[in-house]
Every structure is written in structure tokens, then in C-alpha cells.
Design a protein around this ligand. Structure first.
Ligand SMILES: Nc1nc2c(ncn2[C@@H]2O[C@H](COP(=O)(O)OP(=O)(O)OP(=O)(O)O)[C@@H](O)[C@H]2O)c(=O)[nH]1
Length: 929
């Protein structure tokens, strides 16, 4: 599973931005310290830059020697791992789940991969004896232990291991879509097999894994946490003891706090860990977790206030001063903050004064007020400085906690093994431009429709199902209708993954091209198996063999060459090979994935497309992951809710219910959700509304935090020098997610230079609401309505608040106007225009008005109001002068032309000589290109 940048940074012992920059240099798309990084990328990072980063980290911690000496080992995983490794063989008796463990982790692969797990534990808590590591180690197959070498990737690797939740390591991941309930052993013990290893970072299917997959993951496989070595033992009030406590926590084992006995949260804190598995321990510690839901954590406040004040005074006496500010430093306690928390929230959690945090940040070069929403990086920076382990709760975790507060669990199949039924694979078509993705989707749609009788022409709802005959059985496949990996990646970036299998289209006449590789990498990063469609084989210059050879270099080895990737030659144009392609998809799914879901529960799934339909209101195409969605269900989808009024299939037919992997167009939502939002059926409308409202509020906060951005002192200074940077803030509303995205993309491409920036602070589908207007008013933004109008009192409010709303129905017009207004924000640019020159022929000295130059105008005109410079022997003696007097004969004049004599006085400048040249010029505004 993915780890976050700051977690990686912690492991290397460097600042997040160092890792961030390294990743960016590697071409990875990472935005902030809380961006997630997939296991393969982590591996690459380790291979390519691991040593350098660690060296840097070691240097850094060395520098801080006296104060943070204890932190030094953290930067040296090798040292840290050393004590842990021996602990493994010494492990007395395996943990409760251990007996099962070897069976679940067959093959030598898991051994070395899991090896680093103890490392983070030891790393994070260097002071902790080896003992706590033992249970964790014990949980891994003992024979493997001695062979362990502390790999270079202590943290992330285990996470990759833990990243395959559910019985289906390749399917929709992110912990949201685990399909099989975990066996009790795993739940209770949590340790053993938690790692659910995938083969050495290669997310390829491996049939050997099958039996294990179906019985897997312990809580460790939960999302997020397993990969975070820092996650174990989230400090409750006890703070420090939590760290490094549950030994298992380190590597993604994590299940139970039993290991270390510390009051930390069970290390993994997996998706479902706390509610289901933690038992009382889990619950209690969760309660102790600092303010996950608003309640401030921090020290327990008891006793009289004056006493506390005294205590604080005492603490502060010992507190190191940061730039003259005294703030009590932490001991590495974990502080959990939601996105967009303010410094006041932070201060509240650590029992400090928010003003001093503002000051600390100021000394670190950031200007943030106490109540302003701070962005993730700022919170992490502050945490690092004050020695707190700040965890900015990820959007997914936040949502999970939000749902938990309603006692709802998302992403799990209910019931037991026997409740699961097979479901069709969901497939995305990817490939290079013009290699035939669209054509292939069209061909598959028209030739393999499920119900030829009923349908006829399919409608574009974002996905459709086809059927194919494999070994005499009709098998269905759900195809996502948006070709290309962009949509796939965009969804994944939101923590959603709809795809089980990717069809990689490669034109046989063109071969592997840049986007082929890109698509391939995206699929690999997501752990999605690939079936290659070698397209356009009807073309005379088609060379399917070459394509096979080329892809082999990228690790896709055709089955016929002994590999495990199926290659199928097709012609989307001629319609050949389509059945074979579908069969290959089914065979690949059968071999590497366990696609089952419980159809008898409340439906859950993903929104894959949504827009506002003029006649029908908000419509959303959803893909059911588990359960059965029925007309009449109360549903919440992202920040939208409602009741399913009607459902349509891809033929436009009304359907009463949609089973797993079935795409359906849902009518009846109150708002338009975003593509990639999850949806679920809840008990009643009221609950749906409450969840939706909470999500919307949360989203707004996060947006505000984003908006406040990170403005450093340096930025501040440089913009001051430049005369302040200007920014045009926009809120985009449109009639469909496609148009809003298109508009935003186009706007992002407008470039009028560095001085003026354009930032879209919110976007959405549907009418312009009062909320939009409020946000615009609060942030001085302009609202762009694309084919939409205001709703309710939005116009009134906009008038009152002075918010500008602009309406467009043609993207081009919107872009043109916005570009023009951006240019309007530009400060005028001036250039110098030469006006004339005059030569000093004589000098008249006057005590009253200074030296008067008697001149002959040698070119152009000398104007009274123009600027002047004095040249002597070709060099500038004085610049930017102006005239206090210009006369012709005895008259004051405003200008004198070439060939005439004049007398002039330079204001405040008397050092003139005969023969000097006076050059005059004026500054003219330059038209913008
Ligand atoms: N001869 C031949 N031409 C094909 C075949 N498949 C697609 N084409 C042609 O290739 C061109 C590109 O096909 P598209 O389906 O638009 O390709 P795409 O990958 O969807 O392209 P983008 O959407 O631009 O990324 C079209 O002119 C198709 O007619 C095929 O099997 N044989």
C-alpha cells in the first residue's frame, strides 16, 4: 500500500521536502508531504536515491547532536535493524496467529520482503529493548528470519506487503474494497500473515498466492497505517509510550496492541482495525487518540488552573527557544490533525499557546495566523520543529472516521466466505494516442452486447457490460467507457480504484510509444494485471511480434514466451480477435484475481461519471462493488445524497436493481457527486443527508486550507519587491464534470507570466449555490458559471456580498475573457522612449537658480516635463534628472525643437560642463503581447 511522503522522509531522517523534490525529480506526481506514494515508486526511490537520502538524514541528525541525540539512530536504519534481526530467531513462541502464518506465506519471497519490518520498530523507538520486536518477528515464519537482511527499504516494503488487502490483491485496493472478511485468527492475532505479501514489489498475479488471498489480511492490511512505521502506538495521553510500543506496529503487522503493551493505538490502525478487531483495547486507545474527532487531546487537564499555569511556566523555562520563542517541545508524541487545521487547533492539542506557534512559524519563514487553516506542509513543518509526530489525517482516513462516527463501515464485504458470489471483472482500456482505444471500445460494445434483443444501441453512461462465452459459460465483463489512463489515474488519486484489469492497446504498426509505457506504469503501480491487445493487425505494416518483444523489456512477458501476460492480436476496425481478447481478460481474472462480492448487503461502490441533466437533474453512473443497489434505496455519494428514484442500464432501460460490477445510471441525487467518489446505501434519508453535509463541510475546510496556500517570507519579500503578486481566484461551476475539467485544464494553460497567477479554489457540477457565493466572498474569488445559473438566493447573496458571477456557454469565450482579465491584473510595463538631445554650449551661473545650461538642441525635442540624463564623453554622469526650468530667449516654454537654442536648469544638479550632452526621454506604457 501506499505510504506518504512525510513518512518516507521520516524514515530517511530528512525533511519532507527533500523526499518531495527527489520524487518530483523522478517524475512522480506528488504534491505535498501528505501525498501518497505507491510501493513500486518507493522501491525505485530506495534503489535510486535511498543511500543519498539516508546519508543526508544522518548528516542532519548529526548536526542536531546534543538536543536530539536520541533521534540519531532513527536516521540509520541499518543500525536500528541490527538489534531487531537477532530478536527474531530468539522469539520464544509465535503469536497466536503464527501457526497459520507459514501456511499463508509460502515461498521464500515473503521472507526477505518482510524482513525489514522489525526495523522500523527498532528505528522508531531506539530506546525500546529488542523484546517488543519479538512478537512481531515471531509472527513471520521463523525459518525465514535468519535470512533476513535489513533491506534498504525498511518502511515501504512492508507496506507493499500489507498493501494487498482482501482476498484480491489486484483488485480495487486502497483498503476500500476488501472483499473477504478476515478470518478470526487474523483478526485477533493480527500479526502473522498481515503482510499478505505480493511478490517482490511486482504486482503481477501469482496463482501461488490464491489460497492465501482468500483468507487474508489481518488488520495490518488496513489502509495507510501498515506502511507507516511511524504509525504504531499513536500516543494517547501517555504520548511517548505509544511509540514503538506494539512491536507489530512497525511493519504492518500491527494487529494488536498486545505486542508492546503500550497504550498506543494498535499499530496498524487498519481500515477496519479499530472497530472490528481492536476489541476493548482498540476502542479505548482510540478514545485516547488525540482528538480525532474534534475533542482536543493533549495533556489531561486537572487541578487548579494556577497550578497548571505554574507548571507550564516551569516547562517553558526549560523549553528551548526557537528564534527567541519559548515553546515546550514534544517527545515525539503523535498529534493527529485534520486537513486544514489551524495553529490554534494544533496549540490546543499540545497545550501550548497559539500565538507562540505563530511566532515559531514566523521564525521558520512562514506567515500563518492562529485561526487560519494551515496546509499540511505547514503543520508537518511545525511538528518537526517542535518534535511532535504530526499526522495529517488523510482524506480517506477522515472519511472513514466520519463514517465510523455514524457507525458505518465502508469497503468490506459483510458476512462469511459463503456469502460471496463471483462478480465480473471491471476493465479499463489504456494505450497510446491513436492506437485504437476508442475504436476497440466501440467494437466490443457493438459486437458483444449482453442483451442484443433488448438494447440495440448502447448509450454512453460511462461504462457498459459485454458478454463472452468461455468454456461454455457466459461470462460478463464491465468495461469503463473512458479510454486512457488519465481518468484511471485521476480516480486513483482520489483513493478510488474501479479497475480490476487493464487492457493495454498497442498498435501493431506503431509499437510501444511513450503513453504505452505511461499507461503500463500506471497499471503496474496500481497492481492491476494487464492484458495486451495488439491492435491494427489488419494493417500491412503490422508487426505484432515486435510489440511482444518491446513489451518484454518492460516486464510484460507474453505467455507464449514463458511469461504470464496474455497478448491478443486484434483488429478493432475489422472486428477480429475481440472474443479472444475478452476470453484473455476472463482467464487473467480467473488466474490472478479473486473477484467475489457479497450481493446481499447494502450496496457500496464508486461513482464513475456524473453530470447535471437538464431534464433529470443530477445523474450519476455508479459501479456497484458489493451489495445490490435498488430503486428506493437511500444513498449517499460523496457530498451528494438522495434516494434512488430510477436506475437505467447502458441501453437506457429502466432497471430495478444493480448487482456487483454492474454500472447503472442513478437518478434522484440532490447534487452532482464527483467521479471517483464512493457511494453507499444507508438506512434512511436523514442519515444520508447528515453524512453528505459533514462531507461537504469537511471539503470546504480543506479547500480553505488549500487556498491559504503556503506563503513563505521569501515569497512575501520577493512579491513586495516586485510590487506584490496578484492572483485571480476562481470558482468553477459547470453542467458536467467533463466541461468543468476541460475548463479548468484550459485555464491552467493560460500563462501571462509570473506576476499574475490564476487559482481555481473550488469547482463543481450543478447550479451556483449560496455556499459557492459564500466561499467566493470569503476569498475574493470570481465565480464562473458554465451553462449553469444560480440557485435559490445565490444571486441575491452575490449582490449583497459583491461577488462577481460570470456566465458562459462557450469554453473559448470563458478562456478569452479570463485571460484578458488576468492581463488586466498585470501591472503596466513601461519602456523608455528617447525624445531628443541637446549639447551644452555655455554655462551661466546664478546663485539663485543654480547653473543654467545654454544648449543647442541637436536632435528631437527637449520637453520641459520629460526625464533627462547627462552624458559626458559618452558616459552617463547623472540619470533620471528633470528640469526646473526651460526657456527660449526669455520665455518659459514647454518644449524646444531641434536646431534651436535654449536655456535650461537641471533640478538639483549643478555639475555641468560645456560639451556635456543632455538626453531626454519619457517612460511609455508598453502594450502587452
Ligand atoms: N486499420 C486499422 N485502423 C484502426 C484500428 N483501430 C483503430 N484504427 C484507427 O486508428 C485511428 C485511431 O483510433 P482511435 O480509436 O480514435 O484511437 P484512440 O487510441 O482512441 O485515440 P485517442 O482517443 O486520440 O487517444 C482511427 O482512425 C481508427 O479508425 C484497426 O484495428 N485497424
Amino acid at each position: 500500500m501506499a505510504v506518504r511522503v512525510h513518512e518516507l522522509a521520516k524514515e530517511f531522517g530528512v525533511e519532507s521536502k527533500v523526499v518531495l523534490n527527489t520524487l518530483k525529480d523522478m517524475g512522480e506526481y506528488v504534491k505535498s508531504a501528505s501525498s501518497t506514494v505507491e510501493a513500486p515508486v518507493v522501491r525505485r526511490l530506495n534503489e535510486e536515491h535511498g543511500e543519498a537520502l539516508r546519508a543526508q538524514g544522518a548528516k542532519k541528525s548529526g548536526r542536531k547532536a546534543p538536543a536530539q541525540a536520541e533521534a540519531a539512530p532513527a536516521a540509520a536504519p541499518t543500525q536500528a535493524a541490527a538489534p531487531a534481526a537477532p530478536a527474531a530467531p530468539a522469539a520464544p513462541t509465535p503469536g497466536p496467529a503464527a501457526p497459520a502464518a507459514p501456511a499463508r506465506t509460502p515461498g521464500p519471497v515473503p521472507g526477505p520482503r518482510k524482513a525489514p519490518e522489525p526495523a522500523p520498530v527498532a528505528k522508531k523507538a531506539p530506546a525500546a529493548p529488542a523484546a517488543p520486536a519479538a512478537p512481531a518477528a515471531a509472527a513471520t515464519p521463523a525459518p525465514e528470519a535468519p535470512t533476513r537482511t535489513p533491506g534498504p527499504t525498511p518502511g515501504p516494503r512492508p507496506s507493499a506487503g500489507g498493501a494487498r488487502p482482501g482476498n484480491n490483491p489486484f483488485s480495487s485496493t486502497q483498503g476500500m474494497q476488501r472483499n473477504t472478511p478476515r478470518p478470526p485468527a487474523a483478526r485477533e492475532g493480527g500479526s502473522g500473515s498481515g503482510a499478505a505479501p505480493t511478490p517482490g514489489g511486482m504486482p503481477r498475479p501469482n496463482p501461488a498466492m490464491m489460497p492465501r488471498q482468500s483468507g487474508l489480511p489481518g488488520p495490518s492490511a488496513g489502509r495507510g497505517a501498515p506502511g507507516r512505521p511511524g504509525a504504531p502506538g499513536r500516543g494517547g495521553p501517555g504520548g511517548a509510550p505509544g511509540r514503538g510500543g506494539p512491536g507489530g506496529g512497525g511493519g504492518g503487522f500491527a494487529g494488536r496492541p498486545g505486542g508492546g503493551g503500550a497504550p498506543g493505538r494498535p499499530g496498524g490502525g487498519g481500515f477496519s482495525g479499530p472497530p472490528r478487531t481492536g476489541g476493548p483495547a482498540g476502542r479505548n486507545t482510540r478514545g485516547g487518540t488525540q482528538g480525532a474527532f474534534g475533542r482536543a487531546g493533549g495533556p489531561v487537564r486537572r487541578g487548579r488552573k494556577s497550578k497548571r499555569a505554574k507548571r507550564q511556566e516551569f516547562d517553558q523555562m526549560q523549553a528551548p527557544a526557537i528564534g527567541g520563542v519559548r515553546v515546550r517541545k514534544g517527545n515525539g508524541e503523535t498529534v493527529r490533525l485534520t486537513r486544514g487545521s489551524s495553529l490554534a487547533d494544533f496549540a490546543d492539542k499540545i497545550g501550548a499557546d497559539s500565538a507562540s506557534l505563530v511566532e515559531v512559524l514566523f521564525h521558520l519563514g512562514e506567515i500563518v495566523t492562529a485561526t487560519q487553516s494551515a496546509n499540511d506542509e505547514t503543520l508537518l513543518l511545525l511538528g518537526e520543529e517542535l518534535n511532535y509526530n504530526v499526522e495529517v489525517i488523510s482524506p480517506e482516513d477522515e472519511d472513514r472516521e466520519l463514517l465510523e462516527s455514524f457507525d458505518i463501515e465502508f469497503g468490506e464485504d459483510e458476512g462469511a466466505e459463503e456469502d460471496l458470489a463471483p462478480r465480473p471483472p471491471v476493465v479499463t482500456v489504456m494505450g497510446h494516442v491513436d492506437h485504437g482505444k476508442t475504436k476497440l471500445l466501440d467494437a466490443l460494445r457493438s459486437s458483444n452486447v449482453v442483451d442484443k434483443e433488448a438494447g440495440g444501441i448502447t448509450q454512453t453512461i460511462g461504462a457498459y457490460q459485454v458478454a463472452t462465452d468461455v468454456d461454455g459459460t457466459e461470462r460478463r465483463i464491465t468495461l469503463i467507457d473512458t479510454p486512457g489512463h488519465e481518468a484511471f489515474t485521476a480516480m486513483r488519486a482520489r483513493g478510488a480504484q474501479a479497475t480490476d484489469i487493464a487492457i493495454l492497446v498497442v498498435a501493431a504498426d506503431d509499437g510501444v510509444m511513450p503513453q504505452t509505457v505511461e499507461a503500463l506504469n500506471h497499471a503496474k503501480a496500481a497492481g492491476v494485471p494487464i492484458v495486451v491487445a495488439v491492435n491494427k493487425i489488419d494493417k500491412p505494416d503490422a508487426d505484432p511480434t515486435k510489440v511482444r518483444g518491446q513489451l518484454t523489456e518492460y516486464g510484460l512477458v507474453p505467455e507464449e514466451y514463458g511469461g504470464d501476460t496474455m497478448f491478443v492480436d486484434v483488429s478493432a476496425k475489422a472486428g477480429t480477435g475481440l472474443d479472444a481478447l475478452l476470453e484473455a481478460v476472463i482467464l487473467t481474472a480467473d488466474a490472478s484475481l479473486d473477484l467475489r462480492a457479497n450481493p446481499h448487503q447494502n450496496a457500496e461502490g464508486l461513482v464513475i461519471e456524473a453530470h447535471l441533466d437538464r431534464g433529470r437533474g443530477p445523474v450519476a453512473t455508479v459501479l456497484v462493488h458489493r451489495g445490490t443497489l435498488k430503486v428506493g434505496d437511500s444513498i449517499v455519494a460523496g457530498p451528494a445524497f438522495g434516494r434512488v428514484r430510477a436506475m437505467l442500464d447502458e441501453y437506457g432501460n429502466n432497471i430495478e436493481e444493480a448487482t456487483p460490477s454492474r454500472p447503472a445510471l442513478v437518478l434522484g441525487l440532490t447534487a452532482v457527486p464527483g467521479a471517483g467518489d464512493n457511494f453507499m446505501v444507508v438506512a434512511d434519508d436523514r442519515l444520508a443527508r447528515q453524512i453528505a453535509e459533514k462531507r461537504e463541510a469537511r471539503e470546504r475546510n480543506a479547500l480553505l486550507a488549500q487556498r491559504t496556500g503556503r506563503r513563505t517570507l521569501e515569497d512575501f519579500m520577493s512579491s513586495m519587491e516586485k510590487g506584490e503578486t496578484d492572483e485571480l481566484l476562481l470558482i468553477l461551476k459547470g453542467d458536467g464534470s467533463g466541461s468543468v475539467e476541460a475548463l479548468e485544464d484550459a485555464l491552467a494553460k493560460i500563462d501571462v507570466g509570473d506576476e499574475v497567477a490564476l487559482r481555481v479554489i473550488d469547482r463543481g457540477v450543478g447550479a451556483i449555490t449560496e455556499t459557492n457565493v459564500m466561499l467566493a466572498a470569503a476569498s475574493n474569488a470570481v465565480i464562473i458559471g458554465f451553462n449553469v445559473r444560480p440557485q435559490g438566493k445565490a444571486t441575491e447573496l452575490a449582490d449583497r456580498e459583491g461577488v462577481e458571477i460570470k456566465y458562459y456557454s462557450i469554453i473559448y469565450n470563458a478562456i478569452e475573457e479570463i485571460e484578458a482579465s488576468l492581463k488586466g491584473l498585470l501591472k503596466p510595463e513601461f519602456e523608455e522612449a528617447q525624445l531628443g538631445t541637446a549639447e551644452i554650449r555655455d554655462i551661466f551661473r546664478s546663485s539663485k537658480i543654480g547653473n543654467i545650461a545654454g544648449c543647442m538642441v541637436t536632435s528631437g525635442t527637449i520637453r520641459r516635463n520629460s526625464k533627462a540624463r547627462l552624458l559626458r564623453d559618452g558616459s552617463v554622469v547623472a540619470d533620471n534628472l528633470d528640469f526646473s526650468s526651460l526657456r527660449r530667449e526669455k520665455d518659459d516654454v514647454s518644449e524646444v525643437r531641434e536646431g534651436f537654442e535654449c536655456g535650461l536648469v537641471l533640478r538639483g544638479f549643478n555639475d555641468i560642463k560645456v560639451g556635456d550632452v543632455i538626453e531626454t526621454f519619457e517612460m511609455r506604457e508598453k502594450p502587452r503581447a
